[in-house]
Design a protein around this ligand. Structure first.
Ligand SMILES: [Zn+2]
Length: 183
């Protein structure tokens, strides 16, 4: 374990944090996974290479999606996969935020809200861009869910990236903003 790591920070300070601020079950499970990753608590496995390059017993990974220790490769693969989908074009980045008044409900209905937020954003974009008044086209876009802000506060939103090619004249952005009642 490196000198400075999320795992070490959790191992040394999680209990104090929990006593002072409390934690949800979701947060508790994530923290337990990150603290146990690649330690004896996770069990072990043997790796062996017939050419003699590798031989040993190693602790198992936690495979939690928030773990920076064992998910780095998965994250890189996901980024490369998404990049391969992008068109050779300028892309716009938009954000559709869940009204903060709904955050308490989101905490206990995550699956439903994630699906609903995706469906609403997707339907709004398709409806507006299909209208000849705005664009008259079928768009391609990439949506990703972000649920935490930079200050680690709850900030649920869909991040949208989509390509904008030559026939784009700037009208669409303004029209969608003014038609926000659809979202
Ligand atoms: Zn891990």
């Amino acid at each position: 374990m490196s000198k400075w790591s999320i795992q070490r920070l959790l191992q040394e300070h999680l209990e104090g944090y929990r006593q002072q601020y409390g934690m949800t079950l979701h947060q508790h499970k994530a923290a337990q996974s990150l603290m146990a990753c690649r330690t004896a608590r996770m069990g072990s496995h043997a790796q062996y290479c017939e050419a003699g390059h590798l031989q040993g017993v190693y602790y198992n990974s936690c495979h939690h999606r928030a773990c920076p220790q064992c998910q780095a490769l998965s994250r890189e693969r996901w980024l490369v996969s998404r990049e391969s989908m992008l068109l050779d074009s300028v892309h716009h980045h938009w954000i559709f935020t869940l009204p903060h008044q709904l955050n308490p409900l989101w905490q206990f209905n995550r699956d439903w809200f994630q699906d609903a937020l995706f469906s609403v954003v997707s339907a709004t974009l398709k409806q507006l861009t299909a209208d000849p008044v705005y664009l008259g086209a079928k768009p391609a876009f990439l949506l990703a869910l972000h649920s935490w802000g930079r200050k680690l506060d709850l900030h649920v939103r869909r991040q949208l990236s989509w390509p904008v090619r030559v026939n784009y004249d700037g009208r669409l952005g303004f029209r969608i903003l003014s038609g926000s009642s659809l979202f």
